[in-house]
Design a protein around this ligand. Structure first.
Ligand SMILES: [Zn+2]
Length: 304
């Protein structure tokens, strides 16, 4: 706000995170309040192809086209629109669904080792339904549990390399389909009647705790130290670390704040104002973020 008062331009990435599957995510309503407060023209930018050239989970970039579309909401329109209308307008103007877009259909993207890093996105096998068994090798996505394999193209289409089978595996044609199926599995797990205690579990993760609070100026580098290594579990109520030395540490879901995945290396969050990092050692952490999001959402909303 201070910069805007000085007459400067300010860039905002409303989602605050890269999309996992190429579809624009919902963003915080606070952004709309902030824009109304600033009362200056707003330029929206739609980035199509950004995900196709650099998927969040991927270990390498791909060559291809990126299209940027700029639109302006002038100060009068900004003042006139209700917060809800403004939110919808911005959402509509920045919305992309890269994997399903005309770019993905018409432009030939190019790259190498296209499946490297795929385990950061894909955590469930559509053939045997195992969790945490997916890995990438070269351009192939493989399940270590049932041996299923798929070819992954630079345009993120998946083609089964095993014989055609009836059922789910044949419905999934690209990464977006695959992730939508994973999200539906999470929704069923969280909102389903039959619920066992554990929603996700990963062995061999390392917990760090930082010094300082969220109020520490971001210029000042935070220092982290290791708490311990062990098994991470997620239940309806809490994230739980079972350390190798037998100790247990619980983090109530309601108190886990500002949770983001960083560079496919670690998940960062604040717990009671103190920063934490969990290193997943090359394993999938994305499902924890999706499950916690689902747990926070009222069931009526997630059903829409
Ligand atoms: Zn499998």
């Amino acid at each position: 706000v201070r910069a805007i008062k000085r007459g400067e331009s300010v860039g905002i990435f409303p989602e605050g995170d890269g999309s996992w599957d190429g579809e624009t995510m919902d963003f915080a309503r606070k952004i709309v309040k902030l824009l109304k407060l600033c009362a200056v023209p707003v330029v929206t930018v739609r980035n199509s192809g950004g995900y196709l050239t650099r998927p969040k989970w991927a270990e390498s970039a791909r060559r291809g086209k990126i299209q940027l579309q700029f639109d302006v909401i002038d100060a009068d329109e900004l003042a006139r629109l209700s917060e809800d209308k403004l939110y919808e307008l911005i959402k509509e103007r920045i919305y992309v669904n890269d994997v399903k877009s005309s770019l993905a259909t018409n432009v030939k993207y190019k790259g190498k080792k296209l499946a490297a890093g795929i385990q950061y996105l894909l955590w469930k096998c559509p053939r045997c339904e195992a969790e945490g068994s997916i890995a990438g090798k070269g351009n192939q996505v493989r399940c270590a549990k049932c041996g299923a394999a798929w070819d992954l193209s630079a345009n993120l289409r998946v083609t089964p390399l095993m014989k055609a089978e009836p059922g789910l595996a044949s419905v999934i044609q690209d990464l977006k389909d695959w992730n939508d199926w994973q999200k539906a599995a999470i929704s069923n797990k969280v909102n389903g009647e039959a619920m066992n205690g554990c929603l996700a579990m990963t062995e061999g993760v390392r917990m760090e705790v930082g010094r300082g609070s969220r109020k520490t100026p971001f210029r000042k580098k935070l220092l982290f130290s290791t708490v311990g290594t062990g098994r991470l579990r997620l239940t309806r109520e809490a994230l739980i670390m079972d350390y190798l030395n037998g100790a247990e540490e619980r983090f109530d879901i309601g108190e886990v704040k500002y949770c983001v995945e960083c560079l496919n290396k670690y998940v960062k969050f604040y717990y009671q104002g103190i920063p934490r990092r969990i290193f997943f050692n090359g394993q999938n952490s994305y499902r924890y973020i999706e499950i916690m999001r689902e747990l926070r959402e009222p069931p009526s909303e997630s059903a829409m």
